[in-house]
Each structure stands twice: as structure tokens, then as C-alpha cells.
Design a protein around this ligand. Structure first.
Ligand SMILES: Nc1nc2c(c(=O)[nH]1)N[C@H]1C(S)=C(S)[C@@H](COP(=O)(O)OP(=O)(O)OC[C@H]3O[C@@H](n4cnc5c(=O)[nH]c(N)nc54)[C@H](O)[C@@H]3O)O[C@H]1N2
Ligand SMILES: Nc1nc2c(c(=O)[nH]1)N[C@H]1C(S)=C(S)[C@@H](COP(=O)(O)OP(=O)(O)OC[C@H]3O[C@@H](n4cnc5c(=O)[nH]c(N)nc54)[C@H](O)[C@@H]3O)O[C@H]1N2
Ligand SMILES: [Mo]
Length: 718
């Protein structure tokens, strides 16, 4: 038997582990490859301390036995050859990948000493504490940052979803999620749960079965399209104009909720005057959606009660005009009286790690151990003050700029969990910036391109090797327990953090008490604790949970400066930004930059999800990679033909910023004139093609989904 665990697994699988049940123990855990609205329950089949097979847990209400392609490939994920097995100290140039193993003791004391030295020399704010897409360690990381004295807890949420939340907060003071089960009409604005969140996709089909109307908005054809009553395929980056066009019809035809608008909104007359400009004909001109469909969709959404909007988690805000577009979309909720009503969009704040289930916690209080006023301004507060006023983190898209400019203060060091520079627009600029740091620590499962830039790399373990608290909808809660020993010397992120806290935050008594004590503290209002949860290894449903009532604003008013829903945002006005949900062209578009469009005539959108990949994370898994082995860009047959391109031809995909080599996927899932490419392929990184500062000034979010590009056929052996 080989030394690497992958070889052990291989032996086991060759030994037909699936059929031979002897010595196999079935242990419950969760999959955390994916996003926090999934994290399916998994039954791990373990033999001799090795996971030899996985199956969906039938008793986990989230997935009820199902698993998607990513979860099904868990064995390849856990036992992959790229897993880091020991702490590593860099010996060669940054990026060379030359490291030498060191002990945990040495690694932790080096990190503690170096970060304390930076704190002493340059101030605590010079250290950034960063979490990438994995979220489970975030509460502890954020508290550690603040207890250390740094306001700079930052995360991947600086490109994901929080701009949707910020837009909702500007309009309503709160975010409101679709009350899907009770809705009669679902306006699905750029969300594709069939790929992005498969365990939730069934909800849409059930709604359709009980007669609810479905309107899909988005340029691509998705698995939802065949079920939709109307599909509005707008040009990428023009959602705002489309929403204003729908508002035009709703107002001009008197289909809005007059009573709600009169009593509970602010700035309606100015909004009404503005949307008058967006007649269906004008809307068609801007968005490419036929005027008749704009009218039909507006009528259907406004007259079918109750109706809910399901907004994309990021596609509507990955634009240089994203927040205003999203404000225009979310304004439709109040305009039609669907705010915080059954079957409409319902205010149900998250309880733990982005999941709302009514089980009360002290997550927020735990995370912020020090008030902002006692710390320096956050990274990004100068460039994106609105977003920072609404989202309690630093804006991580500003990190490379601040490293390079050292203004308003220098950033010297980063302690990062799951950092991937390739998610940044202009990924090379982020990589260059990381190289300028005095000290970079990256904690990851795999030896990634980013880890290769670090001074110290620490081996994290997978969800199968650790204990974590997981909330699900329907009041289901689980405290997982390791189903196998950590691989090599890997450790759980939480254990690493709490060890570092000993030296980095000695004056935080709660952090000093350790992981379980902190989880108990967070859970205190719910009456739960680690001990009770441990007694239910397959999870438990919490009884007697009171869910928030509807129409809370009638008692509490709206959490906006006017106490009402704001068509004109007083917050934006105070920051000198147009208070109406103004439509602006994307910064790169055939309309705003015709001179660029002459050379790059195709509209470029990146990152629409694929079912088997999640960002950079599953490309290395053979079962998943073979589903699409080569990087591919979707191009419409008409555009392909014009360029002499056939399916599977290698092409040069270029923007003013750079070029990559990919295969052509000739398909009509993209409309004519649009090219779509998945992000995350290490050998064909779309983020090389994007200017690092191509961002929405309000949120700081990158314009990943409305750019310009060209596609050219490459000679056969290029
Ligand atoms: N062009 C383009 N770029 C995009 C997007 C797009 O649509 N288009 N989407 C953006 C969006 S919405 C998002 S959310 C971001 C995501 O971007 P990232 O957050 O960078 O996502 P990943 O590539 O998954 O990188 C996370 C890293 O965490 C590691 N990891 C996984 N699990 C753990 C764990 O438990 N502990 C530790 N310590 N590490 C772990 C993984 O191995 C990986 O290296 O990408 C953004 N970038
Ligand atoms: N398998 C898998 N699942 C994932 C992820 C993953 O990487 N892989 N990532 C997770 C993360 S971090 C996120 S943020 C969510 C995102 O997941 P979703 O919010 O569901 O978004 P996507 O799947 O990116 O986008 C699909 C929709 O966006 C539309 N769209 C495409 N381009 C544009 C555009 O330019 N403008 C507009 N307005 N719409 C556009 C498409 O037509 C389609 O309707 O998925 C999560 N789930
Ligand atoms: Mo995301």
C-alpha cells in the first residue's frame, strides 16, 4: 500500500469497496464543497479510516438523499494528490512552489511573531484577515481580526451577493427573500438554481406544478427556460433599464399598489417622472427585449398576487452599474405591494452563516468584538463608502490597489483562508500585489497557484475531517463530527484560528476559551449548545421556533433614513450619488464605447455557473473534469459562422486587456452577439481579460458580466 492516502483509496476502490460491505461503517457528515445554501448531508462509508464511498443522507431535509456531481466526487476531493500534508515554509522565489515542511509549532509561532511585529511597526490595520469562498470559519476569523485590532476582515463576499443586499438595504433598509412556497408568480431575475443550487431547484418546479407563473430574466437559456411562461433575454448589463421599463408599464397602466405607495414610500413622484423615459419601445432599444414582452411581463408580475422576485446571487451585480440596476429590480417589489407579505418577498434575516431559519443566535455580536470607531478605516472605505456603510467588512477588491499605493495606509501582511487571486478581475494584478506583501499566509486544502505565492502554507482539512455548526432552513441544525482523521498533518481551520488567537488576541477572554465555548456563546439565545447537538449526530430539528411575522414595517417602520421604502435613496444622496435607480450603460458596451466595440464587437459575460464546477475548486477532480476537459467559450452559431468557427475549434478569446486560448462551444444558449465563458479554468483564466479596476463605484464589485470581446479562429496547431 502506497504512502499517499490517494493510493490507499485507489486500492480500496479497486478492491470493490462498493460491493464488499465488510468493515464499512456509515457516518454522517456534510459536503461543504459548494455554497452555504446547499451543503448537503452526506453518509460517508468508512473502512479502515478511509472514506470509500459517499451517499446523500436521506434524513437530511436539505437534500433528502440526493447529491450533485460535486458532492458525488467527494472521495476524489478528499484524497486528491494536491492535498497539502504538512505546514510548509517557502524556500524559493514567490510562485516557484519551493517549500520545506515545518512543524505546526514552528509555523504557528512564526505567524504569531511576524503579525505582532507588523502590528507594532505599522499598526494592526496593516494586517488583513481574509476568507475566500469557504465560509464556516468566518465568524471566528472576523472576531480574531477585530480582537487583534484590525478592521480588515475581508472576504470573497466583496464580489458575491452583498451588493444585492446593499441595494435592498438602500431601498428598504432590509433584504427580503422570496416566499416561494406561497407565491403565485415568480420573477426569476438571473438565477439558475438547477446549476447553482440544485437542492433548491425543485421548489421552482413545484411552484409551476401548483399553477404559479414563471418569468425568467437573463440572456442565457437555462434549464428553467423550458418551464418559463415568459423569458426576457436582455443584453448583459441592462437589467436596470429592463426593470425601469417594467415599472413604466406598471405605473402608466395603474397596476401599482397605490395604498402602499402613498403610505409607505418616499420619492415616488421623482421615480415616476424618471421611469416615464423608459417606454417599452425605449426599453427594447436599450435591452433588446421586444417591447411586447416587456409589457406582458410587467402586467403578469403586477397583476398576479402574491408575486415574488428571485434575484441572482451575483449575476445582476457583476456589472459596473450593478447596484443601481439591482435597486431598479428590487423597487418593483414595493411598487406592486409585494414587500414583506405572504408569497411576496419576505424579510427573514440570516441566523447563522447566511442561512435563515429563525433559530436565534448571537453571530453578529460575536463577530464584531470591537466597535468600528476604535479601529482605523477599513480597506475600501475611501473608494466605496456606501457599500462599507451597509456591509460590515472591508472591500477586498480594493486590497491590491491599497497594497500598491500604500494609501491611505500600507497593507503589509495577510492571514488568508482559501485565498484565490484568480477570482479578482485582472488576476495578475492581484498576484503581483500579493508578491509585494512582507508576509503572506495561506491556509488551503490544496497547493494552489495562490498558495505558491505565500511565505507559509498551512494544510486545512475538509468537512469530513472536522466539526462544524451548520444551519439549514426548516430549523434543522447539525454539529458534524469528523468521520475520518485529518489527512497527514492537516488541521481544521477553527483549530488553527484558535491556536493563533492565543498569541494574537490574548486579551479576548472568549476566544481564549476555545472553539466549543465560542460556538456555545453564539448559540446561547437558542438554548442549544455543542453538547446537546453532539447527542444528535445526524442533526436535529429545533422545536418552538418563532418565525418573523409579515408586514413588520407597520410596527417598526423601514430601517431607512425616511422610515419608508425609498425610491429616492437618502443614503445615496448623502454620499453625492444619484438617489434614483438611474440606468447607466456598462462602462464597456457598444453604446458607451463604440470605438472599443469596433475591435471587440461581441458582448462578453463570464462566470454563469456550470453544474460540475465551483469556481477553482473541482477542476482537479477527474470525474468532473472529464465532463468538460477543455476550457470552452459559448458562442452563437451565427457569430461562429461569421468567423469560420466550428464546434470544438480552438479560438483566441481577447479583450483590450489580454487574450486566452479556449475551445468554441457553438451553442444557442447564448444570444447572438454574446459570448459566455466560465471562470476558474487555471489554464484559461478569464480574469486575465478584465481590467482590475473595472468595477461598480458604489459596491466595488467587478463588472464580470458585461464586457466586450473578440473571438478568432486559431490555426490548427497554434
Ligand atoms: N470572471 C468571474 N470571476 C468571478 C466570478 C464570476 O462570475 N466571473 N464570480 C465571483 C464570485 S460570485 C465568487 S463567490 C468568487 C469565488 O472565488 P473564491 O472564493 O476565490 O473561490 P474558490 O476558487 O473556490 O477559492 C476558494 C479556495 O478555498 C479553498 N478551500 C476550500 N475549502 C476550504 C476550507 O474548508 N478551508 C480552507 N482554508 N480553504 C478551503 C479552495 O481549495 C480554494 O483554493 O469568484 C468571483 N470571481
Ligand atoms: N455549480 C456551481 N454552483 C454554484 C457556484 C459555482 O461556481 N458552481 N457558485 C456559487 C456562487 S459563489 C454564486 S454567487 C451563485 C450564483 O448563482 P446564480 O445566482 O444562480 O447565477 P449564475 O448561475 O451565475 O447565473 C445564471 C443566470 O444569470 C444570467 N446571466 C448570465 N449573464 C448575465 C448578465 O450578464 N447579466 C444578467 N443580469 N444575467 C446574466 C443567466 O441568463 C442565468 O439566468 O452560485 C453558487 N453556486
Ligand atoms: Mo458568489
Amino acid at each position: 500500500m502506497g504512502n499517499h492516502p490517494e493510493e490507499r483509496l485507489h486500492m480500496d476502490i479497486k478492491g470493490k469497496a462498493g460491493k464488499d460491505k465488510r468493515g464499512v461503517e456509515i457516518k454522517p457528515t456534510i459536503c461543504s464543497i459548494c455554497n452555504p445554501n446547499s451543503h448537503c448531508g452526506i453518509d460517508a462509508h468508512v473502512r479502515d479510516g478511509v472514506v470509500v464511498k459517499v451517499a446523500g443522507s436521506k434524513d437530511n431535509p436539505q437534500n433528502a438523499g440526493a447529491l450533485c456531481a460535486k458532492g458525488a466526487a467527494s472521495c476524489q476531493y478528499i484524497y486528491h494528490r494536491d492535498r497539502i500534508m504538512t505546514p510548509l515554509m517557502r524556500t524559493g522565489e514567490r510562485g516557484s512552489g519551493e517549500f520545506q515542511p515545518i512543524s505546526w509549532g514552528e509555523a504557528l509561532s512564526t505567524i504569531t511573531d511576524r503579525l505582532l511585529a507588523v502590528k507594532k511597526e505599522s499598526g494592526p490595520e496593516s494586517v488583513v484577515f481574509y476568507a475566500g469562498y469557504p465560509k464556516w470559519m468566518r465568524p471566528f476569523l472576523k472576531r480574531l481580526a477585530h480582537s487583534f485590532g484590525s478592521p480588515n476582515y475581508a472576504s470573497e463576499s466583496s464580489t458575491c451577493y452583498t451588493a444585492v443586499m446593499a441595494a435592498a438595504k438602500l431601498n428598504y433598509g432590509d433584504e427580503a427573500a422570496p416566499d416561494l412556497g406561497r407565491s403565485q408568480c415568480l420573477l426569476v431575475w438571473s438565477r439558475n438554481p438547477f446549476y447553482s443550487n440544485p437542492v433548491r431547484a425543485g421548489g421552482l418546479l413545484n411552484a409551476k406544478k401548483r399553477g404559479a407563473k414563471l418569468i425568467e430574466v437573463g440572456p442565457l437559456i437555462t434549464p428553467l427556460t423550458g418551464h418559463a411562461d415568459i423569458h426576457l433575454r436582455m443584453r448583459p448589463g441592462t437589467s436596470g433599464a429592463l426593470a425601469l421599463g417594467m415599472a413604466h408599464v406598471i405605473i402608466e397602466e395603474g397596476l401599482f399598489d397605490r395604498a402602499f405607495v402613498e403610505k409607505w414610500t418616499f420619492g415616488f413622484e421623482a421615480y415616476r417622472a424618471y421611469v416615464r423615459e423608459f417606454s417599452p419601445a425605449v426599453t427594447e432599444q436599450i435591452t433588446g427585449v421586444p417591447a411586447t414582452l416587456v409589457t406582458e411581463a410587467a402586467r403578469l408580475y403586477a397583476t398576479t398576487k402574491p408575486a415574488a422576485i428571485i434575484s441572482g446571487a451575483s449575476p445582476t451585480v457583476h456589472h459596473t452599474n450593478g447596484v443601481q440596476n439591482q435597486r431598479a429590480i428590487s423597487a418593483l417589489i414595493g411598487l406592486t405591494g409585494n414587500f414583506d407579505v405572504p408569497g411576496g418577498n419576505y424579510v427573514f434575516p440570516s441566523n447563522y452563516l447566511y442561512v435563515s431559519n429563525g433559530v436565534e443566535t448571537r453571530e453578529e455580536a460575536f463577530e464584531q468584538s470591537r466597535p468600528w470607531r476604535e479601529m482605523a478605516p477599513r480597506v475600501g472605505e475611501d473608494r466605496h463608502p456606501v457599500w462599507c456603510s451597509l456591509v460590515p467588512e472591508a472591500q477586498s477588491m480594493q486590497i491590491p490597489f491599497q497594497i500598491q499605493s500604500q494609501s491611505p495606509y500600507p497593507i503589509k501582511a495577510m492571514l488568508a483562508f482559501g485565498l484565490n487571486y484568480r477570482m479578482w478581475p485582472g488576476s495578475e494584478y492581484m498576484a503581483q500585489s500579493l508578491k509585494m506583501l512582507d508576509f503572506l499566509v495561506d491556509v488551503d486544502l490544496f497547493m494552489t497557484d495562490t498558495a505558491k505565492l505565500a511565505d507559509l502554507v498551512l494544510p486545512a482539512c475538509s468537512s469530513f475531517e472536522r466539526s462544524e455548526l451548520k444551519f439549514y432552513a426548516d430549523q434543522f441544525v447539525i454539529w458534524t463530527q469528523p468521520v475520518i482523521q485529518p489527512l497527514g498533518q492537516a488541521r481544521s481551520d477553527a483549530d488553527i484560528l484558535f491556536d493563533l488567537a492565543k498569541g494574537l488576541a490574548p486579551s479576548d477572554p472568549l476566544l481564549q476559551k476555545g472553539y466549543h465555548a465560542c460556538v456555545d456563546w453564539i448559540l446561547e439565545p437558542s438554548g442549544l449548545n455543542v453538547k446537546t447537538l453532539k447527542a444528535h449526530p445526524r442533526g436535529m430539528r429545533v422545536e418552538n421556533v418563532t418565525l418573523p411575522p409579515y408586514r413588520k414595517y407597520e410596527k417598526e417602520r423601514f430601517k431607512t433614513p425616511s422610515g419608508k421604502m425609498e425610491f429616492r435613496s437618502k443614503v445615496l444622496e448623502a454620499f453625492g450619488i444619484d438617489p434614483l435607480p438611474k440606468y447607466e450603460e456598462p462602462r464597456l458596451s457598444p453604446v458607451s464605447t463604440p470605438e472599443v466595440a469596433d475591435r471587440f464587437p461581441l458582448i462578453f459575460t463570464t462566470g454563469a455557473r456550470l453544474p460540475m464546477f465551483i469556481h477553482s475548486r473541482t477542476f482537479r477532480l477527474p470525474w468532473l473534469r472529464e465532463l468538460r476537459p477543455d476550457p470552452m467559450a459559448d458562442i452563437h452559431p451565427v457569430d461562429a459562422q461569421k468567423r469560420g468557427i466550428s464546434a470544438d475549434d480552438w479560438v483566441r478569446l481577447s479583450t483590450p486587456q489580454g487574450a486566452i486560448r479556449v475551445k468554441a462551444n457553438v451553442t444557442d444558449i447564448v444570444p447572438p452577439g454574446v459570448v459566455n465563458m466560465y471562470h476558474g479554468y487555471p489554464e484559461a483564466d478569464v480574469n486575465l481579460l478584465i481590467d482590475p479596476d473595472y468595477r461598480d463605484p458604489i459596491s466595488g464589485f467587478p463588472g464580470f458580466k458585461s464586457l466586450l470581446c473578440q473571438v478568432e479562429k486559431l490555426p490548427l496547431f497554434a
